[in-house]
Design a binder for this molecule. Sequence first.
Ligand code: ZN
Length: 441
Amino acid sequence: MKLVHRLTLLAVAGFALTSPLDKPAPAKVSYDGYKVYRVSPSSDDDIDKAFDTAFIELHRRREEGGTWAVDIAVAPDDIAAFEAARYNVVSILSHDLGADFAAETVVSVSKTKKEGALPGLEWFDAYHPYADHVKYWADLHAAFPDNSELIVAGTSFEGRPVQGIHLWGRSGKDSKPAIFFNGNVHAREWITSMVRYILVLYVPLDVLRGVVEYILYQIVTGYGSDELVQKVLDNYDFYVLPVVNPDGFVYTQTTNRLWRKNRQTRSNTAAVGTDINRNWAVGWGGDGSSPNPSSETFSGFAPHDTPETAALAAFTQKLRDLHGIKLYVDWHSYAQTILLSYGYTCTDFPPNYDEQYDLAEGIAKAIAKPYNTTFEYGSGCLVLYQSSGNGRDYVTDVGKAQFGWGIELRDTQYGFVLPPEQILPSGIEIWEGLKYAWSRF
Ligand SMILES: [Zn+2]
């Protein structure tokens, strides 16, 4: 009985015991000697030509004037051919991607940290293994037990829980409209889950302090710097799923740092992985997604045919039916952009687009305050690129969210290998932006 109980606890905490997950991981994919170029193709033809090759597209964005900036990684054996092709190279972002990855340490805190204690701000000085993240959510809950619970939205393809934390204020749980965040849908975008934590960390700590200030407020009226946090948590239930693609995230740490999709296998193809953020039902299968299982933007063969998207869609409907969704943010990197709906079309806009644009403008201004970091904002299709079957469009149309967004975090230079010393600043500037949102909610 005792053993069963212990196993249950472990399962809730997300530790896989014996499962296919314990199979030894294949050898790590090497990116030694890969160069990363930023190119500015002069036409759509040039983009297609570049991506018919073996080069790895890391990122693309639409620039002012309609040209594109596309970041691609080129293997050592292909560099001569790439340079001979005379693409319009704007800059070289990395001379050795493998060396960048080698320098990007993943620090485990599980052995040094006191059991049950919440890590301090040093948590944000490094990236961490997945098991430490799972533990951290449990520690957050333990530090804020009366106003939080651990939640599981579903199960990944390889059997990991899609899990996170739910926070609420004085009215009790599930009593207010939702603020719903998810991160790391794209496995290699490590900063997204890290920034999630800084928000989750700040909320309970600020609220705890806010309680003290509330008492002080009764004595000395007019002051309370955490009033905003108190207000937002009293008026909204926060549902935060920091890593909604756990299989992909683990795979980036064990095997291939540049992995983006989930780890789903399918019959009749050797290709692995579906882009969870092209698998949602709204706009599914349109431009900006691919029917080809080998593509980085493979949409799946039908909407919600990945277990992760199916779980998130069901979770969205649950929150919609409970008290509605005020704000949804799907956190990505890297582009420094606030993406409003829609992504699947550049010509249609949600009915409250002006209101959304206005809020995004204020948030971008607030984000710029601490470090002058520039965030662009607008319809995702217009400011970044067309993407069909994405989460924010679904949460907007089916989830009826007032603000159904994606936010692409830092940076525009280091890309997915964001130096750890930028984790904390990234969290701080985003928190400034969100405080602006709270002030308007
Ligand atoms: Zn992404």
